[in-house]
Write a protein that binds this ligand. Structure first.
Ligand SMILES: [Zn+2]
Ligand SMILES: [Zn+2]
Length: 377
């Protein structure tokens, strides 16, 4: 609005009569010529008084709320040159849908964003890759270069609305006669008609096209990350600027490694004899064959960490680790010879009969119970 009386008085649009009066009194005391005679303050005093004149009068206030300025009949400004009064268009805007832009709507508009999904393998996610992807999006029509008109033709001015894109009609209201407008039915509001549509795009200015794009996928990319390619999305109607293309990257499950953050995990099953005696295993990692040292006496659940053999960090230098989880396997079936040897082994270790030995979690439980018992005293 040209003059926001509510803002001038510093009150909310739903302020009641009391609030308006109080606010005016406060401002008037501050700005009154006896207190503050300088011209800038006096200009402000005039504005505040004008605002109060309108908002303190219920009839004038209602008129103002409907979009008309009761202080400026015929559009003249009460505050001298430089302050615009309310014109006819403002009243129309207030009644028929606010501050819409006037005139024909553009044929050329921005296109939509597009989303495409690619699946890559774990080594590609770890070290990065350039992928060729097939994209089906609208591109500028090569025949009409976006105008939508057949070769040798141009969109021409609409005869019904004469290029304005809207049809106006006069209606009566309590403010007198007002003009209403609606989109022109002949040109759908564009202001121009395409009498000879381009046969390739049917006047759309764009055509659906398959093309191949190269996408650089950075090393260390997370599963589900979207890469934004500016301007590679859909070309808009009328050959308008293209939206963006988003490439959503997901990683195929790997046969051996599971990723967790930038760490990789795998499990290796060892016969109990190997776990007891120790060995060096060859493990095929993302970086090639690596030695994994199994120390004698390795327990089930033990984890061997290969430093910096995981996924490179996406936004920093360095890499995650590769964690090898050891699973110790007990033989399920023994032939007589094996059983004999194992019994002999047990006998040497004095393990033919065993007393109950608590495993670690139980011990901890017992310890904490004991500790609680002591601290309770
Ligand atoms: Zn075309
Ligand atoms: Zn028209």
């Amino acid at each position: 609005m040209a003059n926001d009386y509510y803002a001038t008085l510093g009150v909310a649009r739903d302020a009641n009569a009391d609030e308006i009066k109080r606010s005016y009194r406060r401002l008037a005391r501050e700005l009154h010529p006896d207190v503050n005679p300088d011209p800038v303050t006096q200009e402000r005093f005039k504005e505040v008084t004008a605002a109060y004149e309108v908002l303190s009068d219920p009839e004038k206030r209602q008129m103002y709320d409907l979009g008309a300025d009761p202080r400026s009949p015929g559009g003249g400004s009460p505050f001298g040159p430089g302050t615009a009064g309310f014109g006819f268009g403002d009243i129309m805007d207030a009644f028929f849908g606010g501050q819409q832009a006037r005139g024909p709507k553009p044929r050329v508009r921005r296109g939509q964003d597009a989303l495409i999904k690619v699946t890559i393998d774990l080594p590609e996610a770890a070290f990065g890759v350039v992928k060729e992807i097939q994209v089906d999006t609208a591109l500028v029509c090569p025949t009409c270069t976006g105008t939508g008109a057949a070769t040798g033709h141009q969109p021409s001015e609409c005869s019904m609305c004469r290029g304005r894109g809207e049809i106006q009609s006069v209606q009566r209201s309590f403010l007198g006669q007002v003009m209403t407008s609606r989109p022109c039915p002949q040109c759908q509001g564009y202001g121009t008609v395409i009498t000879h549509p381009c046969p390739e795009c049917s006047a759309e200015g764009r055509v659906r096209t398959r093309r191949t794009l190269k996408v650089k996928i950075p090393a260390g990319i997370d599963d589900g990350t979207r890469i934004q390619l500016s301007g590679e999305g859909e070309v808009g109607p009328g050959g308008g600027p293209a939206g963006d293309l988003y490439v959503e990257v997901s990683t195929r499950p790997h046969a051996v490694f599971q990723r967790s953050g930038d760490d990789l995990h795998c499990s290796i099953a060892l016969p109990m004899t190997v776990a007891a005696l120790g060995t060096v295993l060859k493990l095929e990692t993302l970086d090639g064959t690596e030695d994994v040292e199994i120390r004698p006496g390795t327990q089930p659940g033990h984890v061997v960490t290969l430093k910096a053999r995981g996924v490179p960090h996406l936004r920093a230098s360095g890499r995650g680790d590769l964690l090898v989880h050891i699973d110790v396997q007990t033989p399920t079936r023994l032939d007589p010879r094996q059983e004999e040897l194992l019994r002999e082994f047990a006998s040497i270790r004095g393990e033919e009969t065993v007393s109950t030995t608590f495993t670690r979690p139980e011990k901890e439980g017992l310890f904490s119970r004991l500790k609680d018992a002591f601290s309770a005293k």
